[in-house]
Design a protein around this ligand. Structure first.
Ligand code: NAP
Length: 334
């Protein structure tokens, strides 16, 4: 069962070994790395991971994880290349589709840089999962696929019925939000059409300590705020979640048989000025004069559906403290 820790390695046969073999796409990134760590830490899973670059800079931190020697298998795969994805997911009972492009700046060519990896990438992963008779696919979507809709009243608390408006995203040049909306819709439509078991998880801003060597886009939101090197910062309320709690949510979505559909996965909601204040309270040396200007708050959203599955999350203070410790150790605040 899912709660029994395997103390010794016994050979597993047939269906049992298949459900315990899972694949994580985009495994070298911020979110993917924590998910791989979480899966390996139970001692139960053999984890296939896809990375585009097998070099030490992108995979050294994965190879160093506890249990990696016995239960981690690295696959070089680009989600735009069907054959490479099909090879990585074959023999897997579960797949966590995490790979997607999260641009830090406005893309030059949104179609190529953002939309194709998300949409065609997801199509390839889903098709490969269907072919390989994967038991469940957990797709990482985003709050950006939920909330970007001018039709929603400002004071509404959004739930899983809310979808971002594709036309609005396109017109406003919100390419990342559009890419996640199209990819998630595609995933759920594929499930509907083929019977593949697909569950999607929609996190807002993901913070927390880094395992990977290069700071990712969402971590840079906090890093840049703390470095105080911007002229002004828009003081918006941001919904956020700790990357470790997000990894728990993925595993819960995979292991809970009755899980289905979408899950919003947000833990706390704070203005950026409040986040800076919390960091200063335990790290006074990080106090920087920041000029805050009014910004548009994130929409309010509810994670009740996920909490009903048993999801728990840590407090904002712990999330921010551990994030900052990790940035300091990596020299990212200098
Ligand atoms: N961080 C957040 O705040 C946040 C919020 C909501 C949703 N998400 C979602 O969480 C997932 C992971 O994001 P992250 O924050 O961990 O960002 P990240 O560190 O940039 O990771 C993105 C991963 O996707 C991979 N990737 C991109 N294009 C690919 C392609 N064509 N083929 C194969 N892999 C590709 C990257 O591989 P390389 O290392 O080779 O570039 C990287 O491993 C994404 O789906 C993102 O949309 C993140």
């Amino acid at each position: 069962g899912k709660n029994t820790r395997r103390k010794e390695k016994e050979p597993m046969e047939g269906e049992a070994s298949r459900t315990k073999t899972v694949c994580v796409t985009g495994a070298g990134g911020f979110v993917g790395s924590w998910l791989v760590k979480r899966l390996l830490s139970t001692g139960e899973y053999t984890v296939h991971v896809t990375v585009r670059d097998l070099g030490d800079r992108k995979t050294g931190h994965l190879r160093a994880l506890e249990g990696a020697g016995e239960r981690l298998r690295l696959f070089k795969a680009d989600v735009l290349d069907y054959a490479s994805v099909a090879y990585a997911v074959s023999g897997c009972g579960g797949v966590f589709h995490v790979a997607s492009s999260v641009p830090a700046d406005k893309p030059q060519n949104p179609e190529v840089e953002v939309l194709a990896p998300a949409v065609r990438g997801s199509q390839n992963v889903l098709k490969a999962c269907h072919q390989a008779k994967v038991g469940r696919v957990v797709v990482v979507s985003s709050a950006a696929a939920v909330a970007m809709n001018p039709g929603f009243p400002r004071d509404a608390v959004l739930d899983e019925d809310a979808w971002s408006d594709e036309d609005h995203c396109r017109t406003a040049g919100m390419w990342y939000a559009l890419s996640k909306t199209l990819a998630e819709r595609e995933a759920l439509a594929h499930a509907e059409k083929t019977g593949l078991d697909v569950v999607t998880v929609c996190p807002p801003l993901v913070l927390g300590p880094l395992l990977q060597r290069v700071a990712n886009t969402s971590s840079l939101v906090l890093i840049n705020l703390l470095k105080g090197d911007r002229d002004t910062v828009e003081d918006k309320a941001r919904n956020a979640v700790d990357v470790r709690d997000l990894a728990d949510a993925f595993v819960l979505a995979y292991e809970t048989p009755e899980a289905s559909g979408r899950y919003i996965c947000g833990a706390y909601r704070k203005k950026l000025s409040e986040m800076a204040g919390i960091v200063e309270s335990f790290c006074p040396d990080l106090a920087r004069p920041v000029k805050f200007v009014e910004g548009e708050d994130d929409r309010m959203m509810s994670s009740k559906k996920l909490q009903a599955l048993g999801w728990k999350f840590r407090a904002v203070e712990e999330c921010l403290r551990d994030s900052v410790e990790s940035y300091k150790a990596a020299g990212l605040l200098e």
